[in-house]
Structures are given as C-alpha cells and as structure tokens.
Design a protein around this ligand. Structure first.
Ligand SMILES: [Zn+2]
Ligand SMILES: [Zn+2]
Length: 442
C-alpha cells in the first residue's frame, strides 16, 4: 500500500515542481558527456588571459549558434574604451520570465603544474608585456562546458518551459572588469532585462557531484587602494633632515589594523591587507616616497565605507602626526572595486529546491560565505535583479575525503596544481543549472 501511494504522490508533485523528470535529465546529460568532455579538454588546452578571450568567445558563440540561439558577440566596453569579447545568446520561447545564465571565460597567468596529460602548455603576454604560463586555474573551462550543456538541454526541452533564456559568456572576470564592461555596453537595453540572474563557480574543496548554496552574502566586496606617502629624502645618517615615508608606511600598517578591530562591528566582518610596500633604492638613503597596495573586503556597503574612510583617516593621520603640511598629504587612489556577491533569499530557496529535486537533497550543501570576490554582482544592476550564484563541487570525492582525514585540503582554484574532477563536476553543473532554469521559466 505504501509504495503505490508514494508513486501517486510523486506523479502529482511533478507538474507543480515544473521540472524535467530527474532520471530523464540525468540520462540526457549522460548522453551529452562525451561531447562536453571534448569541449572541456579543448578549452583547457587553449586558455586565454583576461580581455584576450578572442578564440574562446568565438567558440562559445559558435556553439550557441549551432544550438539555435540568437547570438551577438563582441559585447562589452571597458573603461579604457577597448571593446570586450562578451557573448549573449538568446532563446525565446513565448511569454514568460527572462533568466540570465552566466559563465565566465578567462584564464589566469599561472603555469600549470598538474602533470596531467591534458595540462595547458600555453604561454601568453600580460598587459605589462611579461611572458607567462596561462592556465584555466579557476575552472572557467568547467563553467563553459556545463553552460553549453545547459544551453543544449534547454534548446531540446522547449515544451517544458516558457519565456527567454539569456546565455551570457562574460570575459575578464579575473580582473573584475568583464561584467561591468557588458553592462556599460547596454546589456539590458540591447537585450532583454532579466528577471533572474543565475551562475555557478567550481570549488576544489566541495566533492564533485554536489553543489553548495547559501542565501545572503556569499562573497565579499573587493577594493584595491594604493597609497603614496610623500616625505622628504635625506642621507640615511641624517633622519632629522628627512620626512621618512618608510616610517610613515610602517606606522600606517599598524594603525590601519585598528580600523578592523576597533571601528567596525564584529558582527560585520572586514579585511584590510597591505599586499605591497615599495620604497627606497639603497640602505643608507631615506627615499622621498613610499607606495603601499591594499585589498579591502567586506560583505555590506556600510562596513565597506567605514573601512575605506578608516584607511583614508589613518593615512592622513600618520602624515599629520609627523608634521607634514597639507599639500604633502598622502595620495590615495582606488583603481579597482567590486560589490559583494549577495544571493537573494527567495530566489535562493527556489534554486535550492530545484537543485535538490534534480540531484537529491544530500547533494545540496549549505556553504558559509568566503572573503573571495566576483564581479557577477554587476549583472544585478545594483541588486535590483534577484541573483543566486552557487558553488559547484569539483574535488575528487575519495581524495577529498582522505585529505580531510589527514587534516589537509586539495589544491583549489588559482593553484597551479588545481585539477578539477571535471566529468562529474560538469555533469552535476548541467543537471543542477538546467533544473534551476526550467523551474524559473514557468
Ligand atoms: Zn578566479
Ligand atoms: Zn573564477
């Protein structure tokens, strides 16, 4: 008696859940895997640095076209006026919501050291002209492969959804410029404004086969700040004739940590890290200038502003305390900034349900926020469009479990040793994202 009633309940529940039956979806994605594996290996072997994604974006655009999407490429304009390699693929299917599904496309200046037979041997040139190894060390090749698998599923299942699918291939994520470049090029005026934004990012320390979903802030804002202390140079034996910028920089480094410990609420975390400190040419010369490079992280705008104000006050305060005149105050610039990645609570609940129905509830993990950052938040147009960005497990489950037993972790994203368990990761990504998209496109 128990079994038939459960079957009946499951049958009744399906139309309300608005999804492709999980077994069907899994079978179809299995059938796609040989092609997606080829895609992954081809992308992994041909990584391109941020803002240089010419061939990668052409490949993504070509695949979307082949699947029947209406594709526009070269979408995006950077702040310096250069055009970007953004790709937009639209699939319209009657009245209904528009769902934007985002992948990033760029690789990192990292020389791969995995020793895998399919390891990248590519070298590239940075904007500074340095010759560097290039590797998909952040797994954007996993994202693109899964993204194309999702595009294929949605094209094949038009009877199961209505509305518009907007597949967005974003360049230059690693330098936090691509999403903004696409928005600045009229992403939501030239193309439909989405009702929902969804995306995913692989992580080496979540087992492949699972996804991690959390509501609220999941990644931090990131601000780069550069501070130049202007002093007065002198012979190293005559400090009385100098205004020593190294001394000011050192005082500043200590003072600025008080901003985190004394000026913001312990309930709203923040990070201030001084990552570079350059000054001087010789042991016995007090230089005229010192330059410090900082990164600042937080999860909310109020904390972020307090941190930025605190840095300014600390830098100026050190200079004032040392007797520098008003025209010798430090020069403070803010060359890079991105907002925190914040998942909309209601949308995240829907995403979680759809992913759990497709993968099984035990494969949907709740994840704590991290202080890493992303520029996907720009696509929410100032948080006006609900977004959910989730994590895609990419760690080989057995190695991950034995590493955990030994109190270790596996090499994760941005490591030259990062080796995602790409087959189950891509398969899980396609299943989860297709189920999420279909559930929203009703
Ligand atoms: Zn990255
Ligand atoms: Zn990444």
């Amino acid at each position: 008696m128990r079994l038939p009633s459960l079957v009946l309940l499951a049958t009744l529940a399906l139309p309300a859940m608005a999804q492709i039956p999980p077994d069907t979806l899994r079978r179809e994605v299995d059938a796609q895997m040989p092609a997606l594996e080829k895609t992954y290996l081809a992308l992994h072997a041909a990584p391109e640095l941020s803002r240089q994604e010419e061939k990668t974006s052409a490949f993504v655009a070509g695949e979307l076209k082949r699947l029947g999407y209406d594709v526009t490429d070269h979408v995006g304009k950077y702040a310096d006026g250069a055009s970007a390699f953004g790709v937009v693929g639209l699939l319209k299917n009657g009245a209904g919501p528009t769902v934007l599904i985002r992948t990033d496309m760029d690789a990192l200046p990292v020389t791969e050291e995995t020793g895998l037979v399919y390891a990248s041997k590519v070298r590239g040139k940075t904007p500074q002209g340095d010759d560097v190894g290039v590797m998909h060390a952040c797994g954007h090749d996993v994202h693109m492969s899964a993204f194309l698998g999702v595009a294929a599923e949605l094209a094949q299942h038009k009877k199961d959804w209505h509305g518009t699918v907007m597949m967005v291939g974003q360049p230059a994520e690693e330098v936090i410029q691509g999403a903004k470049a696409m928005m600045d090029d009229g992403l939501y005026t030239r193309f439909p404004r989405p009702n929902y934004v969804v995306g995913m990012h692989d992580f080496g320390n979540i087992p492949a086969g699972s996804v991690g979903i959390s509501s609220g802030p999941m990644m931090a804002s990131a601000d780069s700040v550069t501070i130049v202390f202007h002093g007065a140079g002198a012979h190293g034996s005559q400090p009385q004739n100098s205004k020593d910028p190294i001394y000011m920089g050192a005082e500043f480094i200590n003072l600025v940590q008080g901003v985190v410990s004394r000026q913001i609420s312990p309930q709203s975390p923040g990070v201030i890290t001084v990552g570079t400190f350059h000054a001087g040419t010789k042991n016995n010369i007090i230089p005229p200038e010192a330059t410090l490079g900082l990164t600042i992280r937080s999860y909310d705008e109020a904390t972020r502003q307090k941190l930025l104000d605190g840095i300014r006050n600390a830098a100026n305060g050190v200079a004032v305390a040392y007797g520098l005149p008003a025209d010798k105050m430090p020069t403070i610039t803010h060359p890079e900034a991105t907002e925190p990645t914040v998942n909309d609570a209601a949308l995240t609940e829907r995403v979680r349900k759809a992913a759990a129905a497709a993968l099984g509830a035990d494969k949907v993990l709740t994840q704590a926020a991290v202080m890493g950052s992303e520029d996907v938040g720009y696509l929410t147009d100032g948080y006006k469009i609900p977004m959910t960005f989730f994590r895609l497990g990419a760690g080989e489950p057995v190695s991950l479990a034995s590493a955990a037993k030994a109190g270790k972790t596996l090499p994760d994203i941005h490591s030259p040793l990062f080796a995602p368990d790409y087959k189950p990761a891509i398969e899980t990504g396609v299943v989860a994202m297709t189920a999420v998209a279909v559930s929203l496109l009703q």
